[in-house]
Design a protein around this ligand. Structure first.
Ligand code: 5RP
Length: 255
């Protein structure tokens, strides 16, 4: 499986709108997912939380397995768990499309991250993180990597060429409905200026009144929960998010 590549006339890969099912009615999850696809979603963002890495508890691979029976949609699974190496086989067996884990968790904690060989940007990185990326891919899923707001983006440099996507959290992970953090756009600009073909996803507080900042910075994959599921017209919101990113991609290529 491969993600569609950047095309002529764009400064980034294709736009992907990924509604976060964290904001859906979990009691009607399959219907909610089919509704989002019908309304124009490209992916479905599945927020997996273990109550330790983040102070919230959501769902696991069994829910993804059941969901897969109801939708062929691209399942963009975001692991906010303490030990992402423990779960990837289960999510592969559940037919998740992309497995995105936190560098802080895979490195064995934020302190280990700063203390380890990846402390200085550009170093080889932590072997256990490289091993997990290879294992996720060998299990048949695409692989993404992400960092919390307080973790420097430079610490991702050793892994960027090995993953399919980088997710820049624009809220402290754990809950929907939080406010977008504009300061995180420096991370998006840092990555986009170096990697024009990289999928860069943003997650947290994305909505019609914040999308311009993410689009201008260079993001191409957009997670939105409350702004889409809470809207009177979710289709219009999806279209607005897409139009902003597409316009910025074309303008960026014309520069
Ligand atoms: O991962 C998440 C929280 O950790 C959610 O995906 C994210 O917050 C989306 O919700 P909203 O768009 O309402 O902020």
């Amino acid at each position: 499986m491969q993600l569609p590549r950047r095309t002529e006339g764009r400064d980034r890969p294709p736009t992907a709108i990924s509604p976060s099912i964290l904001s859906s009615d979990f009691a009607r999850l399959a219907d909610e997912c089919e509704r989002m696809v019908r309304l124009g979603a490209d992916w479905l963002h599945v927020a997996v939380m273990d109550g330790h890495f983040v102070p919230n508890l959501t769902l696991g691979a069994p829910i993804v397995k059941s969901l897969r029976r109801h939708t062929p949609a691209f399942l963009d699974v975001h692991l906010m768990v303490t030990n992402p190496a423990q779960w990837f086989q289960d999510f592969a067996a559940a037919d998740a499309s992309m497995y995105t884990f936190h560098l802080e968790a895979a490195a064995g904690g934020a302190d280990a991250l700063r203390a380890g060989p990846a402390g200085a940007a550009g170093e080889a990185g932590i072997p256990a993180v490289h091993d997990l990326i290879a294992a996720v891919k060998a299990a048949g899923m695409l692989c993404g990597i992400t960092v919390k707001p307080n973790t420097p983006v430079e610490l991702l440099l050793p892994y960027v060429q090995s993953v399919d996507m980088v997710l820049v959290m624009t809220v402290e992970p754990g809950f929907g409905g939080q406010s977008f953090m504009p300061a995180m756009m420096d991370k998006v600009r840092f990555l986009r200026s170096r990697f024009p073909d990289l999928y860069i996803e943003v997650d947290g507080g994305l909505a019609p009144d914040t999308i311009q900042q993410a689009a201008a910075a260079g993001a191409n994959a957009i997670v939105a929960g409350s702004a889409i599921f809470g809207a009177a017209d979710p289709r219009a919101v999806i279209q607005q998010l897409r139009a902003a990113v597409d316009a910025a991609a074309v303008a960026g290529a014309a520069q």
